[in-house]
Design a binder for this molecule. Sequence first.
Ligand code: NI
Length: 257
Amino acid sequence: MGRGKKEKGRKDREERKVIRCLCAILYLFCVLNLTGISLDFTVREKMHYNTAEKVKETTAGQVSGEVPEYGEGAKKIALTFDDGPNIACTGRLLDGLKERNVRATFFVIGKNVKANPKLTKRISEEGHMIGNHTYSHIDMSKVSEKKAGKELKKTSRAVHAITGEYPQYMRPPYGVCSRKLEESLDMILVRWTIDPLDWKTENTDEIVKKVVTKTEENDIILLHDCYNSSVDAALKIIDILKKEGYEFVTVDELFLN
Ligand code: NI
């Protein structure tokens, strides 16, 4: 019997050990849950899942020919049109942009704004950005600062009289503007990154080829809305680059990007 009692005592101690162990595991589990470690793990797992899903979706999109448009993942570029508004070309360009739900930027010449108020209003009303391209297309490096300033102000006032807004961005004709003058202006100077020399060739296919083969994300494309060849090229460029996943935005949207 003495041996039996000893045996029973050992069994009891073992049982208590197992119970203490189970309690410890339960306690640890509760503590982990309370401190959020378990929750954190779930979130991290979810993030991994989302990333993987995104990669899969993107790949699937590429394979099936679908492209991201107007949203996350789209590569932004800006189409800009100088020297208008032009009675023979700008209206047709605006029709094409509207059809394609694309917004662009127009660096207008003040005297053309005065001559074409309806087109100027339409540019603004249809969501495009208007920038200042001086009043009479002067080479700002060849006139006094005072004269250059007057050309810009006169243009801004003409735009404001029609649209109710002063342009905040300017592009100097020929891209020429001294650093000193640039710093004295209360406007943001915008040049370009792609120039297909549309005014020189007036050849639609050549302009399209030059642009679509060079374009990369965040490019600013220079065109002129006073040539029909440039209008045709712009619309073809949009159709091609949209399929490549590009989103067309205004210059201010590109800068805010
Ligand atoms: Ni110009």
